[in-house]
Design a protein around this ligand. Structure first.
Ligand SMILES: NS(=O)(=O)c1c(F)c(F)c(S(=O)(=O)CCO)c(N[C@H]2CCc3ccccc32)c1F
Ligand SMILES: [Zn+2]
Length: 263
């Protein structure tokens, strides 16, 4: 199976041409979370996030997603608790979405797809001094995943949506301040699934403790439509491509256990 071979050829992905061999490859992400196979772990604590909106720096289109970047040179925006032993610093958040509301998320729950998924990327500042170091280490990263559903308008998201037309093309960046990412978290952050996996974009390193929220957030159809108005391509390119379906195909579980913080 794909798990046994030393190299896992990840499927061709819109972001990079041709299959990409990933060394090791038995802890890849994303995955389908099979609820009845997840194991309740009473040792799992509530998440403790302490984000400082003043550390928000910029929002940019990197040709794969749009990301909001935070100043991670101090311990101002941190995550601890949950399955984590150390204190992690928020470095950025980004989203994955589809061309239609029928799909777009990277993870699924009992094969259920969501139109989009938010990822808040943190790195272990107790053990490492730079994100780039932590990316290579087993316990280096922690990514919170939140599913988005189409429903009522998300007031907190609107400030971000209003900035997207200014970064339509790849490599465009605009200053973005005072955005509190906590407003994008669901009201209940005590119920989550957690497993060990990887980044879902290069370098695909198996350094991520994934923390997937059980409760989704709601955004309006129009807000999601603005995500789809972004472009993969830079202003110079003559063929413009809509930024949609920027998710990786699902990877084999390879015997991993997904734990739940709730029974
Ligand atoms: N789904 S995910 O959480 O695995 C994930 C992404 F899906 C994604 F798109 C990005 S990125 O920065 O937009 C593109 C870089 O590969 C990152 N960025 C990470 C990976 C590499 C890197 C380097 C510096 C800062 C952030 C990141 C990411 F962690
Ligand atoms: Zn992501």
């Amino acid at each position: 199976t794909a798990c046994s071979s030393k190299y896992v050829l990840s499927q061709v992905h819109p972001m990079w041409q041709g299959p990409l061999a990933v060394p090791g490859g038995d802890r890849q992400s994303p995955i389908d979370i099979v609820v009845r196979m997840s194991v309740f772990d009473s040792e799992l604590k509530p998440l403790v996030n302490d984000y400082d909106p003043d550390t928000c720096q910029q929002i940019w289109n990197n040709g794969y997603s749009f990301l909001v970047e935070y100043d991670d040179t101090t311990d101002k925006s941190t995550l601890k608790g949950g399955p984590l032993q150390d204190k992690f610093r928020l470095c950025q958040f980004h989203f994955h979405w589809g061309e239609s509301n029928a799909w777009g998320s990277e993870h699924t729950v009992d094969r259920r797809l969501f139109p989009a998924e938010l990822h808040l990327v943190h790195w272990n500042a107790d053990k490492y001094s730079l994100f780039e170091e932590a990316v290579m280490e087993d316990n280096g990263l922690a990514v919170i995943g939140v599913f988005l559903k189409v429903g009522k308008r998300h007031e907190g998201l609107q400030k971000l949506v209003d900035a997207l037309p200014t970064i339509r093309h790849k490599d465009s960046v605009v200053e973005f301040n005072r955005f509190d990412p906590a407003c994008l978290l669901p009201s209940n952050t005590d119920d989550y699934w957690t497993y060990h996996g990887s980044l879902t974009t290069p370098p695909l390193t198996e350094s991520v403790t994934w923390i997937i929220m059980k409760q989704h957030i709601e955004v309006s159809h129009d807000q999601l439509a603005v995500f789809r108005s972004l472009l993969f391509t830079s202003a110079e390119e003559d063929v413009q491509k809509s930024m949609v379906n920027n998710f990786r195909v699902q990877q084999p579980l390879c015997g991993r256990t997904v734990r739940s913080s709730f029974s």
